[in-house]
Design a binder for this molecule. Structure first.
Ligand SMILES: [Zn+2]
Length: 433
């Protein structure tokens, strides 16, 4: 009887244990670092970073390097009509949706070696680890390197069917329009519909990326589980005063637009810091007219930017700032006007289940993790429109990014790739169902 019970037990528990204990596979830090360095040859700048803006010769060289690497690990490579590089590994079950992961390899002018690159090299590493461990997946896997991330998420936007015709005419850093650039890298800007992926085609999308901030580095945490990409809203704030002689107008007879602007700037900072949460509000530009040392400023135009993961919260911050502005306008006789600029991007939360799977994967590998928002934009925010999306952050030393001084250690890159692979395997195993 006891034997029978134990057999029954093992029959019941075995499948559970099998799925709960995925093989402990770790990425190879040296291999990843060596590949990051090799990729860094394309567009290398004197400061030790890269200038590999999309569609440039450096970008085209880097793309060829990545395609070779993809083929080396057995992926079948194609370039879609938006210029996205896609390397595919078939699954063992026919007709299942694809699990997609990757990032981008283009950089800002004067950029670093890790932004985007870690996600693409890490995705290729994950495929190589599957090969080395003789593992197949049920679902097909696709490694993607998106076109022109830094120029406005061009490739991912096309993949979700949201790249407008107007955007195609925008001049990119390469000196080509985006339309010309897409053609240059083997895409077809007239058939972007063919690059679109429909909901249901992609089971999940995962992007591994450097944090580009200092939180993980400072707190000595291995992995950031990204809660979403924050939304952004911009305003022009105009403050009307009265320009007058700075020598003859007594202090109590002034309508000084710049003094009001200064007070409002402090109030904006106070509003954002006094509410609970991680919202940020910034005045980044200010212009006083007429702009002479001996004239009381008659008009000030300044910028206001608010970012948060929660659109409602952003609105709350804005309304409190508006209330402060009214108070200041009344007290100083300087009307204040807000006009919103049409560049808003809404918050893009990641998928709740994906967060859980990534957190579990880190935990099972013995890595520390924390939930955090992304203050920077990423291709992942587009992919949230068509698939459950997750993002894995690894530490950026001192939070430096978009700079040749950007740095992430080999071990941190490998940690990220290990979590990525484990996440992919969990999803393949039905963790999203
Ligand atoms: Zn990036």
């Amino acid at each position: 009887m006891a034997i029978r019970i134990s057999i029954l037990f093992s029959m019941l528990l075995a499948p559970l244990l099998a799925s709960a204990q995925a093989p402990d596979i770790r990425a190879n830090p040296d291999r990843m670092e060596q590949r990051i360095k090799a990729l860094g040859e394309y567009g290398a700048n004197r400061e030790g970073g890269v200038s590999r803006v999309a569609f440039s010769n450096a970008d085209i060289g880097g793309r060829a390097f990545i395609m070779d690497l993809m083929r080396e690990v057995g992926l079948s490579v194609r370039v879609d009509t938006a210029g996205n590089i896609i390397g595919r590994r078939e699954g063992s079950v026919e007709g299942l949706p694809v699990i997609m992961f990757g990032s981008h390899i283009d950089s800002v002018p004067g950029g670093g070696n890790y932004d985007g690159d870690v996600g693409v090299i890490g995705a290729i590493e994950a495929i190589q680890l599957l090969n080395e461990n003789g593992l197949s997946t049920r679902h097909p896997l696709e490694v993607v390197s998106f076109t022109d991330e830094e120029g406005g998420l061009t490739g991912s936007r096309a993949m979700v069917g949201r790249l407008s015709d107007r955007t195609l005419e925008v001049m990119s850093h390469s000196g080509m329009t985006i339309r010309e650039g897409i053609r240059e890298v083997g895409g077809d800007p007239n058939r972007l519909d063919l690059a679109e992926r429909k909901p249901g085609e992609v089971l999940a999308f995962i992007e591994l990326h450097i944090e580009q901030g200092a939180i993980l580095h400072q707190e000595r945490i291995n992995i950031g589980v990204v809660e979403g990409i924050v939304g952004i809203r911009w305003w022009d704030v105009t403050i009307e005063g009265f320009a007058n002689h700075a020598g003859t107008t007594p202090m109590d007879k002034r309508w000084d637009a710049l003094v009001s602007a200064a007070e409002l700037t402090l109030a904006i900072n106070h509003v954002a810091t006094s509410m609970p949460g991680r919202q940020v509000a910034t005045v980044g530009r200010i212009r006083a007219e007429p702009g002479a040392p001996n004239v009381i400023p008659g008009e000030v135009v300044m910028s206001l930017e608010i970012r948060d993961l929660d659109a409602w919260k952003m609105q709350q911050v804005f309304e409190r700032i508006q209330a402060e502005a009214e108070r200041i306008a009344d007290a100083r006789f300087t009307p204040i006007r807000f006009s919103e600029i049409d560049v808003a991007s809404p918050p893009a939360p990641t998928d709740q289940q994906m967060r859980r799977i990534i957190a579990n994967s880190a935990d099972e590998l013995g890595m520390s993790y924390r939930l955090m928002p992304s203050g920077a934009g990423h291709d992942a925010q587009d992919m949230t429109h068509i698939a459950p999306t997750g993002m894995i952050f690894v530490p950026s030393v001192n939070g430096v990014s978009h700079s040749p001084k950007e740095f992430t250690t080999a071990q941190d890159m490998a940690n990220g790739a290990s979590v990525l692979l484990r996440t992919v395997l969990a999803i393949d195993d039905g963790a999203l169902e």
